[in-house]
Design a protein. Structure first.
Ligand SMILES: Nc1ncnc2c1ncn2[C@@H]1O[C@H](COP(=O)(O)OP(=O)(O)OP(=O)(O)O)[C@@H](O)[C@H]1O
Length: 751
């Protein structure tokens, strides 16, 4: 048996036991013979990067290993551990391959290292700091490709590069270099049009573009041909050897891990072994790592079978591995936390927000049809609704039973002499004063016929003039207080109606009412009396706000606009947010050091452009196409429209952070939105609702806003008015609330 000796890592910070003798030539640092590292001619990009690399390594060189995991436990479902007292150490500059069967927890381990998942117990340090802190020093290639299908390859690399602090020039040079290295398609090709393997290579290039100090690669060689796989490994070895880049990689091609400096073998959330692959091969006396892994897993399974207790299992495993290196047990190890990078760098944030805004704008304009729809649809719906609500009901069929003038044509052929006191056939005079555009009169010979027509649904009701109506009416007017019962009865016009539709009934009543007042005034005036005797003693003078003929549309149009400008961005923002989560680009951005609030803020900024256009279009529809008058400040109206849009965006984020599927988001948006519409006084005044509902309504985002909008439109009130500023305050409050809630939910979800 050969003797063990210590060999060092490239940075000299760690050493492992190795044997001398027959395994001379294997060490933690061995390179396969096929790698012609020294004969490789470096590109200008690489030279530039190497120069920078010196400074960067210095910046991060606090002596801590690249990755340290201690006593880590993680579960998604209580009682089903995915990581179970897991320990791992990845030394700086090493290539570390994490091996294990499907579902043993490799991806979860990587996700915890990059900070998109949190451990339930235990600690992780990345370069001595908490996961996520060293975001831009880490290059992450997730298992899914996690790219924007609408981006070209060049845009993709530029976006992720700038997110990690590169300038566009360096990103372009890096793109050219990686295109050649990874044999990528022309960089102008859209990612969405690439094959699966090509996309994986682009995803790999994204992890490499900013020349990170730590590369975390989740199965980078899946679906890649053997030649390219070799070139990928060549590059990783070169990075590790020449630039001290640490590589942590998972792979199902176990034997390709022979080219790494260390392998960690996982099973059921535990690390069975962490060792130089050459030593493992030697100790298990085989040339195949696959055989080693199989052997270890079988042994461990046997031990687990004997003892269900995990502590006993671990002791048994140590016995099993007595001729190999057991997992580290230095649980007291506490690497220093690097304070420098835990500080908030405002310039980094600004740079990241710029990249994110740029990305959002590109995504927006790439889907031009979607962009146009998003822009036009809210205004189109507002226009359709306003057209539908614009006019009060008209052309309403109504029966006339005129027992005074049995032949209807007599009424039509009457000689009307203006100013003459003619008190015959007054029924005809009254009918002339009923607005013809509202009431379509249908004459019936008898009351029975008219009733039958109402029952048949042909008319909304009928009006009946008794026989001799004119003379009785005149007598009633002339007699005054001593009028007898018969005169009172026979001078009465009888109206019977189908009163099932409140709006139609009100419209008919008002028409008859106004018509009667005009008719009575005309007679009095023509017969030399004061026409004001026909007026009610309760007199409605000129309105303070609105007109005598204020229509439903005047009430409803401003609040409908608020509602739709609020609703549409909910759908758009939530679906975009879910898309980003589903395609993994959101997590990928987070790994690069981006904060959730930066993603939201940047989305809001890009979306702001659409919202401004939407607000202007909605204003045009309301005022020009529909003809609604704005008495108040136009800028205030536009500002409120814009805020409504942002309100919708923030609610969309909230919904997007809760849901995982677009359909869930659409359903939740509707479930939250429609009660909002009906309760917030948009269609029906709050005053008509139960008091409890009124209080609830005041907490909804569109209630005070709709009221404020109406006040600006129809009353001309300004921001200082107590009916206006609460609308703005409510919107600001809701936007902030949803924004904070989304950030908190996102934080909670990483757990
Ligand atoms: N979000 C999640 N919710 C619930 N369970 C999860 C979640 N993510 C992973 N798991 C479970 O955790 C276990 C480990 O999954 P993980 O993806 O880490 O395995 P893996 O070793 O990377 O597998 P593979 O090699 O197939 O990618 C699996 O049983 C998986 O079903």
């Amino acid at each position: 048996m050969a003797e063990l000796r210590r060999i060092s890592f490239p940075n000299g910070s760690h050493s492992v036991e190795a044997r001398n003798g027959e395994e001379e030539g294997y060490n933690y640092h061995h390179q396969p013979k096929s790698y012609q590292v020294n004969s490789y001619k470096k590109s200008s990009y690489e030279l530039e990067v190497m120069k920078k690399n010196g400074e960067k390594k210095h910046a991060n060189d606090n002596g801590a290993p690249a990755v340290v995991i201690r006593n880590a436990s993680k579960h998604f479902t209580k009682g089903v551990p995915v990581l179970d007292n897991f320990n791992m150490t990845v030394q700086r500059g090493a290539i570390y391959s994490l091996l294990g069967s499907s579902g043993c927890g490799k991806t979860t381990t990587l996700a915890c290292i990059v900070g998109v998942r949190k451990l339930n117990e235990g600690n992780i340090w990345v370069f001595g700091a908490k996961p996520g802190v060293k975001g831009k020093h880490v290059g992450f290639m997730p298992q899914e490709t996690s790219l924007y299908g609408d981006f070209s390859i060049a845009e993709t690399l530029s976006y992720f590069g700038t997110l990690c602090g590169m300038d566009r020039d360096s990103a372009a040079k890096g793109t050219a270099f990686l295109t050649e290295l990874l044999r990528l398609p022309p960089s102008s090709r859209r990612v969405g049009t690439l094959s699966g393997g090509q996309r994986r290579r682009v995803s790999f290039a994204v992890a490499l573009i900013h020349d990170p100090e730590l590369l975390i690669l989740d199965e980078p060689t899946v679906g890649v041909d053997p030649l390219l796989r070799e070139s990928i490994w060549n590059h990783l070895v070169r990075l590790s050897k020449e630039r001290g880049t640490t590589v942590l990689i998972t792979t199902h091609y176990i034997d390709e891990a022979k080219d790494s400096n260390a392998v960690g073998v996982m099973r059921d959330g535990r690390l069975l072994v962490e060792q130089d692959p050459a030593l493992l091969l030697h100790r298990f006396n085989t040339t195949s790592l696959e055989t080693v892994v199989l052997h270890l897993c079988r042994k461990e399974a046997a031990i687990v079978g004997e003892n269900s207790n995990s502590k006993t299992t671990s002791t048994g495993l140590k016995r099993l591995l007595s001729d190999a290196e057991s997992p580290p047990d230095d649980s007291k190890f506490t690497p220093p936390v690097d304070d420098e990078d835990t500080n908030v760098h405002i310039t980094d944030s600004v740079a990241r927000i710029k990249s994110l805004v740029y990305k959002n704008i590109v995504v927006l304009f790439r889907n031009l049809l979607l962009f146009i729809f998003t822009l036009i649809i809210p205004s189109f719906i507002i226009w359709v609704m306003c057209i539908a609500f614009k006019d009060d009901p008209k052309n309403l069929d109504f029966g006339i039973v005129n027992l005074e003038v049995t032949n209807a044509s007599l009424c039509l052929n009457r000689d009307n002499v203006p100013g003459e006191c003619d008190v015959e056939n007054l029924s005809c005079k009254y009918l002339e004063n009923i607005p013809a555009d509202v009431i379509d009169m249908i004459h019936y010979k008898s009351e029975d016929e008219a009733i039958a027509a109402v029952h048949a649904g042909s008319v909304w009701g009928y009006i009946l003039f008794p026989e001799g109506y004119s003379s009785y009416f005149y007598e009633r007017a002339a007699t005054g207080a001593n009028v007898d019962e018969e005169v009172l009865n026979k001078s009465e016009i009888v109206v019977k109606m189908d009163q099932t539709s409140k709006n139609i009934v009100n419209r008919i009543k008002k028409s008859f009412h106004d018509g009667f007042e005009d008719y009575a005034k005309n007679i009095l005036r023509d017969c030399g009396f004061d026409e004001r005797q026909a007026e009610f003693t309760l007199n409605y003078h000129e309105p303070v706000f609105g007109t005598d003929d204020t229509k439903f549309i005047d009430f409803v149009a401003p609040s409908i606009t608020v509602i739709w400008l609020y609703f549409f961005p909910i759908i758009a923002a939530s679906i975009r947010y879910i898309n980003e989560k589903k395609q993994g680009t959101f997590e990928r951005s987070l790994v690069a050091g981006t904060k959730t609030w930066e993603v939201l803020f940047a989305y809001g900024m890009a979306e702001g452009f659409v919202l401004v256009l939407q607000s202007l279009l909605a204003y045009f529809v309301l005022t020009v196409l529909i003809g609604i008058e704005v008495l108040g400040s136009i800028p205030l109206v536009l500002f409120m429209f814009l805020l409504c849009g942002f309100g919708g965006v923030s609610m969309g984020f909230f919904i997007g952070s809760l849901c995982n599927e677009e359909i869930e988001a659409a359903l939740l948006a509707m479930a939250l939105f429609f009660p909002n519409v009906f309760v917030s006084g948009v269609l029906w005044p709050l005053e008509g609702m139960p008091i409890v509902l009124q209080y609830i309504a005041y907490f909804l985002p569109c209630t005070l806003t709709g009221e404020a909008m109406r006040s600006i439109f129809a009353r001309g009130w300004t921001l200082s008015h107590p009916n206006v500023w609460p609308g703005f305050a409510a919107l600001f409050g809701w936007i902030s609330f949803y924004f904070v809630l989304t950030v908190l939910i996102q934080k909670f979800k990483t757990k």
